[in-house]
Design a protein around this ligand. Structure first.
Ligand code: UDP
Length: 324
């Protein structure tokens, strides 16, 4: 089995590389490294079943040799990142997806798209089933990500219908765990702030909800979907919903930090609620998350502590900086 993973040096991409390599696959990892980091792939570097290609999949991309599966996970993935790279976000969702579909078609490989709960926008129904079409503001600042992923789903389904390409569309809800960059996302922000002894920044009053999936659970769900017969789209997320305020309390508990809460302005178009209906994944994949938020946060905090102390931050004199 030879698989190509784009966005391989990112958070989810790198965990997928580990998983599929561990399952015996030969992994071709592709990343342009604008938000990904090679540190995430350090464990695989030099392995005979692992190759890294530094390239931008929004440009022409040539993958030598046979390929059995293409997993398209490249994209800036946090609100902060896609505000910083709005054009790149649109391009990788549009041109990047088109290019990787072309690779899959040419190689006779199956194609998996990393789609997102953001296709539901600020949802008017909850929990969200795959049948819900969403409530997205196309011209708002988040629209660059939401609409790129909606286009990506549309072109993926068009390749399926027009060319008979085997495709899998995964709608991924908020994922956290080791290797999550401090990129503005709430779990990494809160943990980083708590460990640095700074106030936790809650945007708005903290009553907005999210459903957080531990990365090992997410990767298990994605792997099952990849090798299943189901085209999707399929929600792969944790159905337990928390307010941001509840998350802040759990982070304080997990870190043992005694810091203040600071309320900042809610970003434009920030969804008020988000919770996956995972009936489809349960029935078709026999999958559901196993790691609860308390346990997952404990594991994530342990990783951050190790990272930060190995870089001389926690207990040292340096500033924790942006990215552990
Ligand atoms: N959030 C927050 N404080 C932060 C970062 C994020 O209160 O320091 C909130 C944000 O407004 C949103 C939720 O946490 O309501 C999740 O934000 P994130 O950026 O992690 O992902 P999103 O689900 O919005 O894409």
């Amino acid at each position: 089995m030879r698989v190509v993973i784009t966005g391989a040096a990112g958070f989810l991409g790198s965990h997928l590389c580990d998983r599929l390599h561990g399952d015996g696959a030969e992994v071709v990892a592709v990343d342009n490294l604008i938000t990904g980091h090679l540190d995430n792939l350090a464990r695989l570097a030099g392995d005979e079943r692992f190759t890294f290609m530094h390239c931008n999949v929004s440009d022409y991309v040539h993958i030598p040799g046979p390929v059995d599966a293409v997993l398209h996970f490249a994209s800036p993935a946090s609100p902060q990142d896609y505000l910083e790279y709005p054009i790149q976000t649109l391009k990788v969702g549009a041109r990047g997806t088109h290019n990787m579909l072309g690779v899959a078609l040419a190689k006779g490989a199956r194609f998996m798209l990393a789609s997102t709960s953001e296709v539901y926008g600020d949802p008017l129904v909850s929990p969200q089933t795959e049948e819900y079409w969403g409530n997205v503001n196309p011209v708002g600042p988040r629209g660059v990500y939401d609409e790129a992923k909606r286009f990506a789903e549309a072109i993926t389904m068009a390749y399926h219908r027009a060319h008979g390409l085997e495709v899998r569309v995964a709608r991924i809800f908020n994922v956290y765990g080791p290797r999550l960059r401090v990129d503005g996302r709430v779990v990494s922000n809160f943990i980083h702030q708590a460990l640095a002894g700074r106030p936790l920044t809650i945007f708005g009053d903290g009553s907005q909800t999210r459903s957080f999936c531990y990365v090992d659970d997410e990767v298990e769900g994605l792997t099952r979907l990849l090798w299943s017969d189901s085209t999707g789209p399929m929600n792969i997320g944790n159905p337990h919903e928390f307010t941001v305020r509840e998350l802040a309390d759990l982070v304080l508990e997990a870190t043992g930090a005694d810091v203040e809460i600071e309320h900042l302005e809610l970003p434009t178009d920030d969804p008020k609620q988000r919770r996956p209906d995972i009936t489809k994944a349960r029935e078709i994949l026999g999958w559901e998350p196993e790691v609860d938020l308390r346990d997952g946060l404990a594991r994530t905090v342990a990783w951050y502590r190790e990272e930060l102390s190995s870089k001389g931050y926690v207990g040292g004199s340096g500033d924790p900086g942006q990215s552990p």
